[in-house]
Design a protein around this ligand. Sequence first.
Ligand SMILES: Cc1cc2nc3c(=O)[nH]c(=O)nc-3n(C[C@H](O)[C@H](O)[C@H](O)COP(=O)(O)OP(=O)(O)OC[C@H]3O[C@@H](n4cnc5c(N)ncnc54)[C@H](O)[C@@H]3O)c2cc1C
Length: 400
Amino acid sequence: MREFDVGIVGAGLAGSISATILARAGHRVAIIDPNDTYPDEFRCEKLDFDQIGILRKAGIGDAVLAVATPDRSVWVSRLGHVVEKRASDQLGIDYGTLVNTLRAEFPASVTFIRGKVTAVANSPDRQTITLASGESISVRLVLMASGLSNSLRQSLDMARKDLSVCHSISFGFDVEHAAGDAFPFRALTHFGEHPRSRISYLTLFPIGSRMRANLFLYRPLDDPWLRELRASPEAVLKTEMPRLEALAGPLRILGPVKMRPIDLYATSNYRQPGIVLLGDAFGTACPAAGTGAQKAVIDVDRLCNEYVSRWLATPGMGVEKIASYYDDPVKVASDKRSLARAYRARSMATDQSLFWWAARWASVALGLARWARHGVHDAWHRVRHLFDAPASARSPEPRA
Ligand SMILES: Cc1cc2nc3c(=O)[nH]c(=O)nc-3n(C[C@H](O)[C@H](O)[C@H](O)COP(=O)(O)OP(=O)(O)OC[C@H]3O[C@@H](n4cnc5c(N)ncnc54)[C@H](O)[C@@H]3O)c2cc1C
């Protein structure tokens, strides 16, 4: 049986970053995934600069930056009106490209095993990971980063606790200006124009030379409206977001229109010896709240930079060691924030009570105030720069 310090189940976002951090810390790491190359799946397509900070700490930030597309500036429209135009530091990237870039950065000491994990036998000492091929490997610690897949958790007596089934539905597609013109913005976030539409927002952002669109909304899976949207997306968007065309121009949607419903769930009975859960394997986030990648990256940062080396430095892998990661205040706050934002985003988009109407108008006022403040700040900066500049820079060019 091959032996390692750490066995990582799943080479997605969380697993791949963990493998690099732990191998660079000098640990013997095996990472197991059924696919050599991460497939073209519709998942998170935008990163924030905060996440790049954590990737930089692991020495892999620049590799991701090299294949991502910065949006640089964004227009934000609420209730159908542009309320803000501001600088932005989000990065557009296909999820497959992101994960495959992270995998390409594995240090040579990482052992990648292609295969599906079918069982994990855990104990306060060593753990055994069994693969579908029949091979077993022995490790001191298992990192379960297997995403949405439930079967392994069940085999360990960990139950999935549904918090909100079909909490939101995400759509992803490419768009272009129907008249062939350039869009007047680099990126746009267009919030639902009326809670009746049950749309959280449509976001347009560049990935390479494409304009990508993500649409997040709240409807039951059997709603015939969803079929209509997939069949004639331009017409449905025109009806539900009548002011969009005035901002973006007429849109042509380029197939395929990908759809993913998301359940919000947590996991119970996860405090077990020898194994830790991270990313979606621990609990999901709502894509409309945009916290899934951040939550996964924070899990990795806390676990791999704060705890694993200390745990491996002493014998045993009892539940008291494992518990310190689950009780980590930064992780706990990140999970709480992610759930709170998921419910808040849903209420902002769909709740017709007076409170949430007030909240929607408050967000309009806040956006306008921020825009005005940036405008004043920008004007003040220009005036100051004018006086700071050397005299030669201020005087007109001498005429020939
Ligand atoms: C449609 C959609 C849109 C989203 N949009 C956003 C967004 O805009 N912003 C945001 O922050 N988040 C978003 N998210 C959430 C974000 O994508 C996830 O939270 C994040 O990618 C989770 O990463 P992970 O590493 O936990 O899981 P994954 O990246 O799914 O990795 C799991 C890995 O485990 C492997 N695996 C599974 N089972 C086994 C097994 N038995 N043996 C071996 N390997 C196994 C899989 O092959 C996979 O490689 C979105 C999610 C979806 C679905």
